[in-house]
Ligand binder design. Structure first.
Ligand code: AMP
Ligand code: GLY
Length: 427
């Protein structure tokens, strides 16, 4: 099977690696891909994931047997719909279903309508009404969210009224997130620990993957700005069997049923961002795709062939497939450019990698998030540069191997967190 992967980050590298493992995979293509992915797939750096016309033209040229659409924007923009119209088989939801990530106003009202546990909320397009509501609730922190996609940066946790008011103003009046912030959600702050559960679903059956823990803040001890994710571990020890059962009954199955009832069956990977509160698990957010860096931690534990899963989802036969996971643990440490998630420099030579973009002596797998291969030299090309991932008998072993590998790689102004997985190991 020839497979075209859309996207060009660490997540797509993890997907490429899992697909490359399959004996059913013939050739892999990736648009745009990156330096590291080019060791596994023929990359098309000029075709951006959001360039729907460009991607469709490429698919038309390559005639792949399957197209795996990994990032949120092209899913929300309807790339899957267009590819299906052209006759291609795809992995990923169509636009009608990807709205579960594309609009927080949609996902919140879905949860309210179907009784899926989440934070109390109201939506607003008017600044005065939003501020009135915040004042009348008078409970802080207050959570203000832009409705649409905002690279994970559209959420402000305001500690008092003044902060909340300026967040509302920045989104609704100053247009800080453009159209994504022309409607906002104001919601209750949920206290607890976060868990990510990715799940395969064909719209009928939902099969959760091994749970994981993301590390969203830039600095150790969960300080600093929110990022796309600075590291992940899997499984998440807080996700006990009891919690898993509760989530399946109250969140996962009801969500898949709700999307069906709305005439928006979801096919692909549904991301459940959960908060374990004292009143049980609640949904923080849904995403319509694999998490990044959660995919880099979770997919190495997948024992079943990803091509078989992809095919079963396409054929809506996921219920008949037994998906197997390793009992081991996995840890991914992200090496970022100094300054990320704000201003950072690129083009820095990366030392410690061999010609395949890997460590010569193994011990860990290096997922490339933002790299470029130039005359045989890997250069930094993004905020998040590498996701160094190791699998071990337990989480402590996996973390040791991942950090040992990180020590062997360097580039100017590299930044990484030293405490990935610390909370999980100590819980
Ligand atoms: P989201 O983009 O909705 O996932 O939000 C980004 C991050 O903000 C989440 O991963 C949480 O850490 C935090 N967050 C969002 N909503 C809430 C909430 N209602 N209560 C507490 N934290 C939240
Ligand atoms: N790591 C969070 C996300 O992919 O949205």
């Amino acid at each position: 099977m020839n497979i075209l992967i859309i996207g060009g980050g660490g997540r797509e590298h993890a997907i490429a690696k899992a697909l490359a493992k399959s004996n059913k995979t013939d050739k892999l293509y990736c648009a745009p891909g990156n330096g590291g992915i080019s060791a596994l797939a023929e990359c098309f750096p000029d075709v951006k994931a959001t360039d729907l016309d460009g991607v469709c033209a490429l698919a038309d040229k390559l005639k792949p047997d399957f197209v795996f659409v990994a990032p949120d924007d092209p899913l929300v923009m309807g790339l899957v719909d267009r590819l299906n119209e052209m006759g291609f088989k795809t992995f990923g939801p169509n636009a009608a279903a990807a709205i579960i990530e594309g609009s927080k106003a949609f996902s919140k009202s879905l949860m309210k309508k179907y009784g899926i546990p989440t934070a109390e909320y109201e939506t607003f397009t008017d600044e005065d009404k939003a501020c009135e509501y915040i004042k009348s609730r008078n409970t802080y922190p207050a959570v203000i969210k832009a409705d649409g996609l905002a690279l994970g940066k559209g959420v402000i946790i305001a500690k008092d009224f003044d902060e909340a008011k300026s967040a509302v103003h920045s989104m609704l009046v100053d247009g800080k997130f453009g159209k994504s912030g022309s409607e906002i959600v104001v919601e209750e702050f949920m206290d607890g620990t976060e868990i990510t559960v990715l799940a395969f679903t064909d719209g009928k059956t939902v099969k959760p993957m091994v749970s994981s823990m993301d590390h969203k803040r830039a600095l150790d001890n969960d300080e600093g700005l929110n990022t796309g994710g600075m590291g992940a571990v899997a499984p998440n020890p807080l996700y006990t069997e009891k919690v898993a059962k509760e989530c399946m009954e109250k969140i996962f199955e009801p969500t898949v049923r709700a999307m069906n009832s709305e005439g928006r069956p979801f096919k692909g990977c549904l991301y459940f961002g959960l908060m374990l509160t004292k009143d049980g698990a609640k949904v923080v957010e849904y995403n319509s795709r694999f998490g990044d860096p959660e995919a880099q931690a979770v997919l190495p534990l997948l024992e079943t062939d990803l091509v078989d899963i992809m095919t079963a989802i396409w054929e809506e036969k996921l219920g008949a497939l037994d998906i197997k996971w390793s009992e081991k643990s996995s840890a991914c440490v992200v090496m970022a450019s100094g300054g990320y998630p704000e201003k950072y420099e690129t083009g820095k030579p990366i030392s410690g990698l061999d010609e395949h973009g890997q460590l010569a002596d193994g011990g860990a797998y290096v997922y490339h998030a933002g790299t470029k291969l130039s005359d045989g030299q890997y250069l930094t090309a993004g905020g998040r540069v590498l996701g160094v991932t190791a699998v071990g008998e337990d989480l402590r072993t996996a973390l040791n191997s991942a950090y040992n590998a990180v020590e062997k790689i360097s580039f100017e102004k590299v930044h990484y967190r030293k405490d990935i997985g610390a909370k999980a190991v100590n819980s």
